[in-house]
Design a protein around this ligand. Structure first.
Ligand SMILES: *[C@@H]1O[C@H](CO)[C@@H](O)[C@H](O)[C@H]1NC(C)=O
Ligand SMILES: *[C@@H]1O[C@H](CO)[C@@H](O)[C@H](O)[C@H]1NC(C)=O
Ligand SMILES: *[C@@H]1O[C@H](CO)[C@@H](O)[C@H](O)[C@H]1NC(C)=O
Ligand SMILES: *[C@@H]1O[C@H](CO)[C@@H](O)[C@H](O)[C@H]1NC(C)=O
Length: 438
């Protein structure tokens, strides 16, 4: 990092300095301070861009600096950012001017840092959340410590919170994993990944699943893995318990959005992001609700013969009416979705995706209003992609109404909801005991 002014400047300054010692001393102090700040390289690139050329090898500019600099250059061409140091005038006037302009440059360099940070922030927000709920903040609203922090780490401060209203969710948005299993998929290379959205406090359901269909880790020669997907809920004690549970089972994934029914769409999209970044090698993923019965063998056997790309299946709804009664659990106002019917979509109780779809759906979601009804939202994203969900090969593989248990009927299905009071651990034991099913 250069800490000395280029030769031209030194010549000008030493010439004047013989005559005006005190002023020059001040200028040197100010100039030295200026050159030793972090803004130096930005300022230097500014100089270079304006063709007040310096030896190019003096500065090592990162790509980001170049990028943010371009942004700044486009946005602000303030008079202060035109340094006058390079004029050839000598004497007091020019030295004073130089002094003033050094101050101006410092000021402009400082504001340039701020502008860069702010534009990086809004750029990131805009890049990540194309059209959703993140207007550009006036720069003055961001605390200067946040600026310094952001400059240091190159990470922009988070976009401001703007409520999207009751029927849309905060997506796209950069959520972060608090508990993660970033490597299990890579190491264990499952054929099928089962992702169960579940509330943090609902350990009971997780334990039932671990004791039942979640324990099937190898079926028809294919590896199957279960992960539970949580948002934020509860206090520090709850969080501590989750960490312990994660330690014990290595099957929790938690992201930092508020976990509630209205946020299920966020949960689903976070699931897709996780699959895309941490589990791209799994051939299929299934999202399945925590109160379901799952016949893993039938599922795997179906998937062995299923299409490998652009494949989504489950219980596919067609021509489903949009509910316009505001008291309905699935109400959607006309202005958010004016059509009377939804496009084809797979019901959220359990659907399967081929491994290429998470990435495509994330991209498509940028162009679809993030409605809170998660399965409908995925249906809208599939429509955006032009890929309709497919019916499974068996018409009665998926059941939205609880199927009464008997070994024979459960041996023929893939998934069904269960009655609330069903003893699912007992049911599973009975189902798995040896002997003919029918
Ligand atoms: C700098 O000057 C050179 C020629 O002197 C010119 O080719 C180049 O485009 C200029 N760059 C900028 C950023 O003005
Ligand atoms: C300059 O930056 C490049 C990468 O952009 C880096 O590899 C190199 O080590 C840097 N050089 C110096 C002197 O910092
Ligand atoms: C959904 O999650 C976002 C992000 O955590 C949060 O701001 C919002 O309040 C949540 N929605 C509800 C209805 O709690
Ligand atoms: C963003 O919204 C504008 C109008 O609000 C629309 O014209 C544009 O197509 C939208 N862009 C995306 C990527 O959805």
């Amino acid at each position: 990092m250069a800490t000395r002014p280029p030769a031209d400047h030194r010549r000008l300054w030493t010439g004047s300095c013989r005559r005006h010692g005190l002023i020059c001393l001040m200028i040197f102090v100010v100039a030295y301070l200026f050159y030793s700040t972090k803004t130096t390289s930005k300022w230097n690139s500014e100089m270079e861009m304006k063709n007040h050329t310096n030896p190019p090898d003096r500065i090592n500019k990162s790509q980001t600096e170049r990028a943010t600099f371009r942004t700044r250059n486009r946005n602000s061409n303030t008079p202060e950012s035109n340094p006058t140091l390079h004029t050839n005038a000598a004497g007091v006037a020019s030295v004073k001017a130089a002094f003033t302009s050094v101050k101006a440059i410092i000021a402009s360099a400082m504001s340039s840092v701020k502008a860069d940070t702010a534009s990086a922030a809004s750029g990131a927000a805009a890049g990540f959340s194309a059209n959703a709920s993140s207007p550009v903040v006036p720069q003055t609203h961001i605390a200067s410590t946040a600026h310094q922090e952001a400059v240091k780490t190159q990470r922009p401060p988070p976009a401001p919170y703007v409520s999207p209203g009751p029927y849309l969710v905060e997506y796209p948005y950069e959520y972060h994993f608090i508990i993660n299993e970033p490597e299990r998929c890579e190491q264990e290379k499952p054929f099928l990944v089962l992702v169960v959205p579940v509330a943090p406090y609902n350990k009971a359901d997780r334990d039932v699943i671990r004791a039942t269909w979640g324990s099937e880790s190898s079926v028809s020669g294919k590896a199957v893995r279960v992960f539970f997907l949580l948002g934020l809920q509860g206090d520090a004690e709850m969080q501590q318990q989750l960490l312990q549970e994660s330690e014990a089972h290595r099957d929790l994934i938690q992201s930092d959005f508020v976990d509630c029914y209205k946020n299920l769409t966020i949960k689903t999209m976070v699931m897709l992001e996780w699959l895309d970044s941490h589990c791209p090698g799994a051939s299929y993923a299934m999202k399945i609700d925590s109160d379901m019965f799952l016949n893993v063998k039938n599922l795997v056997n179906m998937l062995i013969w299923a299409p490998k790309y652009n494949y989504m299946t489950g219980l596919v709804a067609r021509n489903a009416a949009v509910l316009r009664d505001p008291s309905s659990k699935w109400y959607l106002p006309f202005d958010l979705y004016p059509q009377p019917q939804y496009p084809r979509y797979a019901l959220g109780l359990g659907y399967i995706l081929s491994s290429d779809l998470p990435k495509k759906l994330i991209q498509a979601s940028r162009h679809v209003k993030p409605v809170y009804i998660e399965d409908v939202f995925l249906g809208l994203c599939m429509q955006q992609l032009g890929i309709p969900p497919t019916d499974p090969p068996g018409w009665d593989y998926f059941h939205v109404f609880p199927l009464r248990y008997n070994r024979c009927s459960f041996s023929r299905i893939i998934a069904t909801t269960t009655e609330e009071r069903t003893d699912r651990v007992w049911l599973w034991k009975d189902f798995k005991k040896p002997g003919p099913y029918c």
